[in-house]
Design a binder for this molecule. Structure first.
Ligand code: FA5
Length: 357
């Protein structure tokens, strides 16, 4: 009789406890259910205590049944616990997710660095003239930075650019002219591209930094001449500075990889101590250019009797300083958020002078 009573009791208790565990909808109430079932004063523990008063046979069967109940209830608790933890994690993830489609908060908006902005502007102008964009590595070898560009070994022109040499025998490119060589080696003429990139020289003052950016241009075809070069740069500076009558002049100069070579000056005025870009009787240098030297073409496997063309190179920081009135080149690379707030650009606005309507 007693045995029958206890077994009925166990079955009822099992369903009662199972309902309580399933009803626990957070970890706290699940713990309360665990204590109520398996704790020191829990329902199963209470029943275990009655085993001592039973005859050996009943004790054996009831003991086994109670142990099985204990295991089953512990299993149910563990399952519910893992379900609740998963649910809690899903809730947290949903609560912490970021909606990247939301519009930016104007008071928190970042600014585009003047170098990035200027590169965008230069790309837009030269793309309109039909130039594509090429790339090359910052770490170069002597051949691409010097030898192929007609700097003979030991030639003093190598000292014109204060080169950073690496222990590996390589160097940090001193100009983007190395990209001319890389591109001509791997593509067939005609060529018409620009290239942007970081360049490195051991230099540091108000108008020089050890790392700066250059834009390089190269156009090679069967009948490209100095007139095309001047027309191209004249159109470019007028579009870039937004001044329709901006004067441009070539001043004879020497670069081993061009012949003839020239420095490029634009008109300005320095009246009253300030610098104003435009027709004003004075001149300001912005870069170098010339007709590609026949030796450079030969070094890249191009027949100089069949092809000729022009190259130019300019400093991007210098262009940005002139256009946006930034007085010290070194400030471009100081991580000063106030500087960027002042000289930076709205990320949602189009680059100036992008002529693509
Ligand atoms: C050159 O680097 C030539 N490769 C340019 C060239 C290309 C000539 C193709 C002919 C044909 P240069 O050393 O003058 O030339 O440098 C070009 C421009 O880079 C300079 O006019 C200046 O604007 C900028 N520049 C040079 N050194 C620095 C520096 N340390 N910091 C910032 N800008 C610099």
């Amino acid at each position: 009789m007693l045995e029958k009573f206890v077994m009925t009791d166990i079955t009822a208790l099992k369903s009662e406890l199972a309902t309580m565990i399933e009803a626990a909808n957070d970890l706290q109430s699940l713990d309360a259910a665990r204590v109520a079932a398996l704790g020191k004063k829990g329902r199963i523990t209470d029943l275990m205590k009655t085993l001592g008063g039973m005859d050996p046979e009943t004790r054996k069967t009831t003991g086994q049944a109670l142990n099985a109940l204990k295991d089953e209830i512990a299993g149910l608790i563990a399952r519910q616990e893992s379900a609740l933890k998963k649910q809690e994690m899903a809730g947290r993830l949903a609560g912490e997710s970021v909606d990247i489609t939301l519009s930016p908060r104007p008071e928190k908006r970042g600014r585009i660095h003047p170098i990035s902005q200027t590169v965008e502007e230069l790309t837009a102008i030269f793309a309109d003239m039909g130039f594509t964009v090429a790339e090359g590595p910052d770490i170069e070898d002597d051949f691409h930075n010097f030898t192929a560009l007609n700097f003979p070994p030991g030639h003093p022109a190598r000292e014109m650019q204060d080169t950073f040499f690496l222990n590996s025998g390589e160097l940090l490119r001193t100009h983007t002219s190395s990209v001319q060589i890389r591109h001509m080696e791997s593509h067939k003429p005609p060529h018409k591209f620009i290239c942007f990139g970081r360049t490195y020289r051991s230099d540091y003052d108000m108008t020089h930094t050890p790392m700066f950016h250059q834009i390089e241009g190269l156009m090679i075809d069967k009948d490209v001449n100095m007139g095309h070069l001047k027309g191209c740069l004249l159109d470019f500076v007028r579009a870039f500075f937004g001044i329709d009558d901006l004067p441009l002049r070539f001043r004879p100069s020497f670069f081993p990889f061009v012949e003839p070579g020239a420095e490029v000056d634009i008109g300005c005025s320095r009246e009253g101590g300030g610098l104003k870009i435009g027709a004003g009787g004075d001149w300001l240098e912005i870069g170098g250019c010339g007709i590609v030297h026949p030796n450079v073409l030969k070094n890249c496997g191009i027949d100089p009797n069949e092809y000729q063309g022009f190259a130019f190179g300019m400093g991007i920081e210098r262009m940005a300083m002139l256009k946006y009135g930034i007085p010290d080149l070194r400030t471009f690379f100081e991580p000063d958020v106030r500087w960027l707030d002042h000289y930076g650009f709205d990320p949602l606005s189009r680059p100036n002078n992008a002529t693509g309507q």
